[in-house]
Design a protein around this ligand. Sequence first.
Ligand code: 5RP
Length: 223
Amino acid sequence: MNQDELKALVGQAALQYVVPGQIVGVGTGSTVNKFIEALASMKDQIKGAVSSSEASTARLKALGIPVLDSNEVVELAVYIDGADEINGQGHMVKGGGAALTREKIVAAQSKVFVCIADESKLVSVLGAFPVPVEVIPMSSARIMAQFASMGGQAQVRMKDGQALVTDNGQHILDVKGLQITDPVAFEAQVSQWPGVVTVGVFAYQKAHVCLLGTSAGVKTLKF
Ligand code: 5RP
């Protein structure tokens, strides 16, 4: 099976975690897009979705799935999202699709985080994938210097020759060269730096379950 087929497999498998009659939290990315396609088959059984990006909102609406404001919903039973990396404790690097801030917000209001990923995303130590950090633009240079002092090389993410602007009007730094052996401490530390909106290490909002697409089928990891 190729990577696209593995993503479709876990996107379909995630339907078993969707609670009929409830609102589901929906992440962002190519794996989640497969989940959204699958979710359309049970759209009449759910009240709707809380979305983590403008891109997912557009896809959900195009398939006739109502999208609710996160402020209208106190708690979600489940949040389904992909990851750029996940370790054996359910800690993740996320934000490859620049949606990390809203992803962390929706994850925080959800009881269970179900990560859907192909097997290439499972790692022993986080950091080989450059860690996305959403920042207030005027703080970029200082935050890049702070990462340099801890051995990381940060770059402003570009799109069409200009700094990419997130759904929240901010910029993204991608930080290479980190070996994140203590994701909880790393997330706590970087989150405190002035100008950091969201660090793309999800250790506090870690996954509870990972549906991992492998050539032998879907493997369920529980953390
Ligand atoms: C978006 C994300 C995605 O979940 C992550 O980038 C994985 O994406 P994909 O499913 O396309 O590999 O964090 O901000």
